[in-house]
Design a binder for this molecule. Structure first.
Ligand SMILES: [Zn+2]
Ligand SMILES: [Zn+2]
Length: 134
């Protein structure tokens, strides 16, 4: 059973495609449908001037009815999906986990496990994402 994959970044809260040790992983988290109007996907509020999403906003907003949910509350209800090539056994597979980063060795990590050999497939936050100009 294959997971549904995003067709565009607009559908995702998070998307990453990267090498994990000797393997690789594609990870994505779908935006959630608005629980009020069910007509649109909840996303970060959009800046009226630039038309771009405000990445650092603390809430998610429905573009249809303006219903908003706090960032943490919203993200905790989401599921992260992963399509991987295992760094240990080299099998291809799929895994899912709640979209909640755990602190592993002091680094915020989304941990998936290989369905074949149970090896950890860790998706850490990229350090360089922290240093961005204002
Ligand atoms: Zn709505
Ligand atoms: Zn494996």
């Amino acid at each position: 059973m294959a997971y549904k994959k995003p067709e565009s970044m607009d559908e995702c809260v998070y998307f990453s495609n990267r090498d994990v040790g000797a393997g690789s992983a594609m990870v994505w988290v779908f935006k959630q449908e608005c629980p009020k109007c069910h007509k649109a996907l909840m996303g970060k509020p959009v800046d009226a001037k630039t038309g771009r999403a405000k990445i650092r906003a603390k809430e998610y907003v429905c573009p249809g009815c303006s219903y908003s949910v706090e960032k943490e509350e919203y993200e905790e209800g989401l599921t992260a999906y992963c399509e991987y090539t295992c760094p240990e056994c080299k099998e291809h597979g799929e895994a899912e986990t709640p979209y909640k980063r755990k602190s592993i060795d002091g680094v915020k990590t989304l941990r998936f496990n290989c369905q074949s050999c149970s090896a950890n497939i860790d998706i850490t936050k990229k350090m360089k994402e922290k240093k961005k100009k204002k």
